[in-house]
Design a protein around this ligand. Structure first.
Ligand code: AMP
Ligand code: ZN
Length: 135
């Protein structure tokens, strides 16, 4: 399924030009227009899914295998020191384009890429509540 109003549907279909690193029948991998670091790329499925909540299971599995393949190759090409795989779901989590995608962000020792969070402490109350609810 495609969404006529979705920019990533158009990029994935090749209707909007992009810096494509890789393409197969399911995905297009492109350089991000606003990279967090040199080599920041996106894995974009050709079919439209809003985010991971409704992504097809088989495609979800293929996306991670493709991420592995891409970063193993790109780390040698870029000479980076590490990689973050980031995938945002919904606005509260930073999603701005509502077509599933995975960020592959190369990391360079000492870079200023601002990913992270302040580490809290797991409380007994939260632990008990969540373990009860998830079972
Ligand atoms: P997110 O905030 O997780 O939804 O990520 C959306 C990403 O898409 C951002 O990193 C943008 O820089 C990137 N982006 C938006 N439009 C384009 C485009 N036309 N080509 C490449 N990357 C884009
Ligand atoms: Zn789309």
């Amino acid at each position: 399924m495609k969404d006529d109003r979705c920019i990533f549907c158009k990029i994935a279909a090749g209707e909007i030009p992009s810096a494509t690193l890789y393409e197969d029948t399911d995905f297009r991998v492109v350089l991000d227009l606003n990279p967090a670091s040199k080599g920041h790329a996106l894995i974009i499925p050709k079919e439209h899914y809003r985010n991971l909540y409704d992504l097809d299971d088989a495609l979800a599995a293929k996306a991670l295998v493709l991420a592995k393949k891409m970063i193993c190759k790109l780390k040698d090409v870029l000479g980076c020191d590490g990689y973050n795989i980031v995938q945002n779901n919904e606005e509260a989590a930073g999603q701005s384009v509502f077509h599933f995608h995975m960020h592959m962000i190369p990391r360079y020792q000492g870079d200023t890429v601002g990913l992270g969070w302040h580490m809290g402490t797991l409380t007994e109350e939260d632990k008990k509540e969540l373990l009860e609810k998830i079972r």
